[in-house]
Ligand binder design. Sequence first.
Ligand code: ZN
Length: 363
Amino acid sequence: MTREYALGYYEQKRELVDIKEERPEYQEIASHVLQDVILRLKRAYDDFFRRVHNGEQPGYPRFQGRNRYDSFTYPDGAGWKLDAAARPAAKKGIVRVNLKLSKIGTVKLHLHRDIAGTIKTLTIKREGEHFYAIFTCEIGKPDPFPTSHEDVGIDLGVSHYAALSNGEFIDHPRYFRKAEKKLAAAQQALSRKKRGSRRRKKAVQRVATCHRKIANQRKDFQHKASRKLVNQYQVIVFEDLRVKNLTKAPAAKQDENGKYLPNGASAKAGLNKSILDAGWSTLTAMVSVKAAWAGRTVVFVNPFLTSQLCSGCGAVVKKDLSERWHSCSCGIELDRDTNSAKLILNLGYQQLSVGTRPTSATA
Ligand SMILES: [Zn+2]
């Protein structure tokens, strides 16, 4: 018997029937869930080959063992059912419903909000010891927001999470650092536990809990910040983060005698931590999605020189990373990040080719 080596998505899907016969344990899994596993594999390979094609260097899709497999998906309405009878749970704003999962049974679900629109897929996900049911739904497009006459340029920075071109700041939430300290302690405790021990298992759990808390706090912060921006501004201009790439190590600097000068490396090292905290690309993605729904415009500009030019006169005003103030001979005095944000807004206007717009509507 010859065997086909290049198996595609559809062949694999067809083979499921035989696999189930050969390996009865697979009969305990809902068939649509199994099909989705093949779809995930297909997506992983599609992404891999797309990135290879684009000249990137992606990692080869790896086998997802049981420790890495934290979710499964019902790709359509089959294999599960939501019980219509909902009862309020003890916690405010949460209702309890029964969710029937094929081959698994009925589980109790705490519904944190109403499910709007038509449910397309259901994913059951585990995070540490918490299980989640994630419904993806299709909803009609809502009406765009009334036009705002305020625009904003945003500098995603170090001393502030974000500086806005109107002089306002969005600050780093303090609780990130606090949670980070807790995480560091939990990780250290974990490193002291013996492999395979019960205490180690518990320590792993605690680390996972910390990670989960940080991730949730971050997401909550990003959702609130992006919502506020989209509610308030019509045109929102960001730097293109792929170009910005702050995480790169700065080059060493020497003076004329060969002595090494401070190059801001320590400032940047401290900054990397903040970047990890900051999750700017998630923020810009959230703003983009919310803006699309609200009828707002989001622009990404090349941040080249935005930290060095004067937003007032366009002159180059060189600054080290440690210099927090922009002071120009044209008389402009600004926080350096505010100055950058103003430049970013102007670049955004250039890109939109609308010139500088009036801040209030004119008939
Ligand atoms: Zn100037």
